[in-house]
Design a binder for this molecule. Structure first.
Ligand SMILES: [Zn+2]
Length: 248
C-alpha cells in the first residue's frame, strides 16, 4: 500500500505554521520566565519579605498595634536588616512605640543621642558585667521603684557584632544595662541566638516588656507572627533539611 502524499501547498503551510509557532513561542516563553522571576523576587513594601512569604496578614493592623508603655529603640546592622529572618522589623510593625534605625556604626550617632536626651531612664539590653537581671531581687527592689525604664535600647545584630557596637559607642557604654536570665525557652528554631540567651530580638523584647510593664499587655500575637515566619522558612527548606541542620 502506498502512502497518500499531501499536496505541496498543504505541506508548505504546515512548515510555515511550525516556523511561526517556534518563532512566537520563544519570546512568549522568555516573557513568562522574566515575569515569573520578577514576581518571585518582588518584595512586600511593608514587611520587606518576598511576596510569596509576606507576613502582613498576620501582623496587627496599624490601629491595632500593641500600645507598649515602655518605648523601644532598636539599633540594627545593615546585615541584620537584609536578613530574611529579621525579627526587629516585626517589632516595629507590631508595636505603637518602637523606632528602628539601621546603621553600620552607632558611635556618635545623632538619632541615638537625640533619643537618649528625650527620656528620663533609658536602659540598654546588654549583658555587661554590671547588667541587672530582670526579675532579680536587685531589679525589683532598686530599679523598679527608683529608675523604672521608660526606654529600652536593643542591639539587633549577631552577638559578635552587638558586642563591637557596644564597645565602640560611648553613648551605649554610658547606659545602665539590663539582661535576661533564662526566663523562658525561645522558639527561634533556625538561627543562632543573639544578645539574650536563646531568644530572638522579638522574644527578648516581648519578654522584657511583659515583665517590666507587669503584664499590662499581651504580646502573644506578635510572637505568633514570628512563629509563622519560622514555620514558613522550615517549609521552604524542607522538613528533612531542617532536622538535619538544626535538630540532629
Ligand atoms: Zn508584607
Amino acid at each position: 500500500m502506498t502512502a497518500i502524499r499531501e499536496p505541496k501547498s498543504k505541506l508548505l503551510l504546515k512548515r510555515l505554521g511550525k516556523v511561526l509557532v517556534v518563532k512566537l513561542m520563544l519570546p512568549i516563553r522568555f516573557f513568562l520566565l522574566v515575569i515569573g522571576k520578577t514576581m518571585g523576587r518582588e518584595v512586600c513594601k511593608v514587611c520587606f519579605r518576598p511576596q510569596a512569604v509576606c507576613l502582613c496578614q498576620w501582623l496587627p493592623r496599624c490601629d491595632k498595634r500593641i500600645d507598649n508603655s515602655i518605648s523601644l529603640l532598636i539599633l540594627q546592622t545593615p546585615a541584620e536588616a537584609r536578613h530574611p529572618l529579621n525579627t526587629g522589623r516585626l517589632l516595629k510593625l507590631g508595636l505603637c512605640n518602637c523606632e528602628l534605625v539601621v546603621s553600620k556604626s552607632f558611635n556618635q550617632y545623632q538619632r541615638l543621642q537625640d533619643k537618649l536626651a528625650n527620656y528620663q531612664n533609658p536602659w540598654l539590653v546588654f549583658p555587661s558585667d554590671e547588667a541587672v537581671a530582670v526579675g532579680s531581687a536587685g531589679f525589683q527592689q532598686q530599679v523598679m521603684p527608683k529608675v523604672q525604664p521608660d526606654l529600652l535600647v536593643l542591639l539587633d545584630a549577631t552577638w559578635r557584632k552587638a558586642k563591637a557596637m557596644y564597645l565602640e559607642s560611648d553613648d551605649l557604654k554610658s547606659l545602665p544595662c539590663l539582661k535576661l536570665e533564662q526566663l523562658e525557652q525561645g522558639n527561634y528554631r533556625i538561627r543562632s541566638t543573639k544578645i539574650a540567651d536563646g531568644l530572638s530580638t522579638l522574644e527578648a523584647a516581648c519578654c522584657l516588656l511583659q515583665r517590666i510593664e507587669n503584664n499590662k499587655n499581651d504580646y502573644r500575637p506578635l510572637r505568633r507572627v514570628m512563629d509563622k515566619m519560622i514555620d514558613m522558612q522550615i517549609d521552604a527548606m524542607g522538613e528533612q533539611t531542617y532536622r538535619k541542620n538544626y535538630l540532629e
